[in-house]
Design a protein around this ligand. Structure first.
Ligand code: PLP
Length: 395
């Protein structure tokens, strides 16, 4: 059977591909340490489990939610955004529940791009941005994030010809995979730029609670005028250890929310209402739930940064996210290193080039397991490094 041509423009999805490889190794008895997908081994919050168990007993929760979904969830989202960022949203028109934030991010291009319209996509970056643009038939302007530009998109560096056709930009800080953060001055600059060029700003903020050493990540809605152009995407996945539950939301400009809701009306019928009821309970206790999760990630970060540095993989201590963006020594190819680490030592890491070609020379380590296991993973990576060095000296 013939496949649609557009699929040829989508690279393999690294985090998903690794699942099959890992299963094979586990079946062979290998003790695999999975630092691939951003999917930590913490249990979901007890309050979420209890609220879900209650909600499923209510037959009304088994009906179609459509895009309106569970209104108390919308209201809890608005309360959380107000408490956390002092930003007020109308629950019915400026908030939309999502089947994980990936749902909204990947479907947004269908709502705002016409043929020939350009979307600015940072790379390395979360693959759903590029995926959504390609599937929607948009034209992509890839913006390389490098140590030299502090992993920040500088609007002034977008070529004029592309800027004229630009309709959408994706930004994500705290950033996956580079772990870079952005301050309010930067957000101010980007919002002003989007407003003056009529560009939709998709601000992806799923790591805003996973911040360390007292750092606090802002919302784009802390900047005045953001509501003219922006949507901000949030998730229960990372901050609340609920990746598989598939619950997130988007809030912001009411017209954009309505446009995305219209697209989704033809694709899905909203997250399961009982999950939205659980999300309501979680968000109303967000601050208490997040605190121990954040502390555990900080402990894991410190353990992994020290262990990797000791074995010859020095890496900066990130102020946020659940990742380390580890530069490889001596121009080593990231895909080859990640493959060897998996095949020879049973450690899953994602090669930087899987996030886009500017990610070459790095691997992403997700802080998904205990400090002890992270130290063990570092020792295993060191063995691959040593063997590569011996081999290159022998050549
Ligand atoms: N955005 C970024 C930057 C991510 O890293 C992820 C997940 O890894 C998501 C969005 C999607 O999260 P979810 O769909 O689970 O809410």
């Amino acid at each position: 059977m013939r496949r649609a041509e557009r699929l040829n423009h989508l690279p393999a999805y690294a985090a998903a591909e690794v699942v099959a490889l890992k299963r094979k190794l586990v079946a062979q008895g290998v003790d695999v340490i999975d630092l691939g997908a951003g999917d930590a081994d913490f249990p979901p919050p007890e309050v979420a489990v209890r609220a879900l168990a209650e909600a499923v007993k209510d037959p009304r929760m088994s009906r179609y939610g459509f895009q309106i979904g569970h209104v108390p969830f919308r209201e809890a989202i608005a309360r959380y955004m107000e408490r956390r960022f002092a930003a007020a949203f109308d629950p019915m028109t400026e908030v939309l529940p999502l089947i994980g934030s990936k749902d909204g991010l990947s479907h947004l291009p269908f709502a705002v791009l016409d043929p020939g319209d350009v979307a600015i996509v940072p790379e390395p970056g979360y693959p759903a941005y590029a995926g959504g643009v390609v599937l929607a038939g948009g034209d992509m302007e890839v913006y390389p994030l490098t140590p030299k530009n502090g992993f920040l998109v500088d609007p002034e560096r977008i070529p004029a010809a592309r800027l004229r056709k630009a309709r959408l930009v994706f930004l994500n800080y705290p950033n996956n995979p580079t772990t870079a953060v952005a301050d309010r001055t930067y957000l101010r600059k980007v919002v002003d730029w989007c407003r003056s060029h009529g560009i939709v700003l998709a601000y992806d903020n799923p790591y805003c609670e996973l911040t360390f050493d007292g750092y606090r990540a802002p919302s784009v809605f802390e900047v005045s005028g953001a509501r003219d152009v922006a949507l901000e995407f949030h998730s229960l996945s990372k901050s609340f250890s609920m990746t598989g539950w598939r619950v997130g939301w988007v809030c912001g400009n009411a017209d954009l929310i309505a446009a995305l809701a219209k697209v989704k009306t033809y694709i899905d019928t909203g997250p399961f209402l009982a999950l939205q009821a659980a999300g309501t309970a979680v968000l109303d206790q967000a601050e208490q739930i997040v605190e121990p999760i954040r502390a555990s990630f900080q402990e894991r970060r410190d353990a992994a940064v020290s262990a990797l540095s000791e074995v010859g993989l020095p890496v900066e201590r990130p102020r946020a996210t659940m990742y380390l963006w580890v530069p490889l020594p001596g121009g080593m190819a990231s895909a080859g290193f990640a493959r060897r680490v998996l095949e020879e030592e049973g450690v899953v890491v994602l090669h930087g080039s899987s996030f886009g070609k500017s990610g070459e020379g790095f691997v992403r380590v997700a802080l998904t397991v205990s400090p002890e296991r992270l130290r063990e993973a570092s020792r295993r990576m060191a063995r691959v490094l040593e063997r590569s060095e011996v081999a290159s000296v022998a050549r």
